[in-house]
Write a protein that binds this ligand. Structure first.
Ligand code: X90
Length: 276
């Protein structure tokens, strides 16, 4: 059986036409634990975190959670959130080795997205597409890294509080946007870490800067995937601006699930694109 497995930072809970599973990360405080699965009420979770002033943290899936998702499959394609910010890729690799030890004929390709959310979606969709075209495991495994490296990820955030509090971005960068109406525009570095691009005052400026970054990276009309945190209007505006500049493209926007919502925070947006 062929199966596609992602972590919940991918923001997709269902994928029709193929065997698919999302393995949840988790979020917690001293009082509450949230599992980032299809039962999570993201809005309620955000309300809770905004009212909570103590420490909060997140955790990657356990090796066992990956093993459970692999069970029964013998050709498995996995996409994870960047290893530059999370132990998720590592736990998936440990699970891969363990699974192969027990099932020596199984083949597992674990791809470190060096991104999150829509960056993972783009990789997942490509591997499904290649599989449906009849490509072999070896062909897919041999081509996905070059494809990943030709994609880009951008994000516009109104707050870096949770990223800084959890050591994923420096406190100095985070404190730079403690001012009303300032958004930070950033990108995923080649190593899969957070790289600030600039500050923008207001959504309109952010939209202009996103279009500029697309031009700068050599975007030529490839696929675009977006995830937004309670911010569909901004997502729509960005899609219109991109279409006005580059013409019609394959674009889809979805609400962020728990992990990305927690870190990108309310009003945040993450945009992945093919850039080859
Ligand atoms: O293992 C864990 O506990 C998960 C840690 C995840 C930390 C960062 C998630 C970031 C999500 C923020 C904007 C996009 C940044 C992408 C840069 C590669 C969303």
């Amino acid at each position: 059986m062929v199966k596609f497995v992602v972590d919940s930072a991918c923001d997709i809970k269902e994928y029709s036409g193929v065997e698919f599973q999302s393995v949840p990360l988790s979020l917690s405080t001293q009082e509450r634990d949230f599992v980032d699965d299809e039962n999570l009420d993201v809005h309620e979770m955000l309300d809770y975190f905004y009212g909570h002033h103590g420490k909060s943290h997140t955790a990657c899936p356990s090796t066992q959670a990956w093993l459970d998702a692999f069970e029964g499959a013998d050709e498995i394609y996995v996409v994870t959130i960047t290893s530059g910010l999370s132990g998720t890729y590592n736990s998936a690799c440990v699970a891969k080795n363990e699974y192969i030890r027990k099932h020596p004929d199984a083949k597992i390709c674990v791809v470190d997205s060096l991104a999150t959310g829509p960056g993972e979606v783009i990789l997942l969709e490509k591997m499904v597409e290649w599989k449906e075209q009849g490509k072999t495991f070896e062909e897919i495994e041999g081509a996905i890294i070059a494809y990943r490296d030709s994609n880009r990820l951008f994000f516009g955030l109104k707050s870096l509080h949770n990223l800084a509090q959890n050591g994923r971005v420096s406190k100095i960068i985070a404190s730079a946007i403690g001012i009303m109406n300032i958004r930070i525009l950033g990108t995923a570095s080649k190593e899969g870490t957070i790289e600030p691009v600039g500050k923008c005052r207001g959504d309109k400026k952010l939209v202009d800067e996103v279009v500029k970054e697309f031009k700068k990276c050599g975007y030529k009309g490839g696929k675009v995937r977006i995830c937004y945190v309670e911010n569909e209007a901004l997502s729509d505006t960005i899609v219109s601006a991109l279409k006005a500049e580059f013409g019609d493209m394959d674009v889809k926007a979805i609400p962020a699930q728990g992990l990305c919502s927690f870190y990108a925070e309310r009003g945040g947006i993450i945009i992945g694109c093919e850039c080859a």
